[in-house]
Ligand binder design. Structure first.
Ligand code: SF4
Length: 315
């Protein structure tokens, strides 16, 4: 079983309390995303987060490497690649993301038009499941004669808009599996931070840590969560782990980050963006660049630690 390291949580929290964060408050605009006040932006984000998981390749033994691809001649990795690929689809015709179109999308449409880079289909590991999820997602809205905007309208009318949004989105196919609601929270964050303020969060206390594989890798390397001796052996070899081991690590990382938020007084947005930026210096395949990383002064530098290697649609 993994263990939360209280001493390290105290140290990291104290450090974050005093340090100047490079917090910019990402607004989810720029050339990778729909322009502000564009009519299809909400549909784009609902679809993007629906598929925001699993950007790595494995073999019989375990982890092999992240997925890379090229869009308009520029190489992108993982979720950046998916975002750029979908933005191209959006720029061609944003109505491609309307639920009624997605409910009847064809295999070849999703594979060769949506999930493709300059050279052809992106090698996502579970294409058939993604196809099934996309159709179910679209059909869910069609059968109920509703749209993502209706979810937002109801949420914004509620006393606790974020809570209402999370409760509603958890019923939508593709957003209904993860107990930690990683993609659901990320969708809420994007919609809340866009200039349009699609989601007007008045209940910040309902934000929870967004636990994906980057955050787990960082938390283990920084030393917020420690693994048992048996787990370490598997972890540093990047070998597959079972669902119980993965769930245990993920829940402990979530709890550890919740404690860091509480003790440091930093908001979810601040902590999430700080860790998201730090991941660039602490990548999967090359040596960490500790001198450039904000956690350098307090990190335990357990640089061989890795995220649990486990296939999931949660992150
Ligand atoms: S880059 Fe270095 S200092 Fe930063 S989290 Fe990774 S191991 Fe720690």
């Amino acid at each position: 079983m993994a263990r939360i390291c209280m001493d390290q949580i105290e140290e990291v929290s104290e450090f974050l309390k005093g340090v100047q964060l490079e917090f910019r408050g990402m607004d989810w605009c720029g050339d990778a995303f729909p322009p502000p006040h564009h009519p299809g932006a909400v549909h784009f984000f609902f679809f993007l987060m629906l598929h925001d998981y699993g950007f790595w390749l494995g073999d019989d033994f375990g982890y092999v490497r992240p997925i890379y691809g090229t869009i308009n001649g520029i190489e992108y990795k993982g979720s950046d690649l998916l975002t750029r690929a979908l933005k191209k689809v959006y720029d061609t015709d944003w109505k491609n993301f309307l639920p009624h179109r997605l409910s009847v999308i064809l295999h070849r449409g999703l594979r060769y038009e949506f999930f493709r880079d300059d050279k052809g289909p992106i090698p996502l590991f579970d294409f058939m499941q993604r196809l099934h999820t996309t159709r179910k997602y679209g059909s869910w809205f069609v059968f109920r004669k509703t749209l993502p905007d209706d979810i937002l309208r109801r949420a914004n009318e509620a006393k606790e808009p974020l809570r209402s949004f999370l409760e509603q989105i958890k019923k939508v196919p593709g957003y209904d599996q993860d107990p930690l609601e990683k993609r659901n929270m990320l969708l809420a964050m994007a919609l809340a931070n866009r200039p349009e303020r699609f989601l007007r969060v008045a209940d910040s206390r309902n934000w929870r840590p967004i636990i994906d594989y980057h955050l787990m890798r960082l938390a283990l390397r920084v030393g917020l969560v420690e693994l048992s001796r048996q787990e370490i052996a598997k972890n540093v070899q990047r070998a597959w782990v079972g669902d119980e081991a993965e769930r245990d690590i993920r829940l402990k990382v979530c709890e550890a980050l919740r404690m860091v938020m509480e003790k440091s007084g930093r908001s979810l947005m601040e902590l999430d963006e700080t860790m998201w930026m730090a991941r660039k210096y602490c990548p999967e395949m090359s040596e960490p660049d500790c001198p450039r990383c904000i956690f350098n002064p307090v990190c335990e530098k357990l640089t061989e630690r890795f995220q649990p290697v486990f296939r999931t649609t949660a992150y």
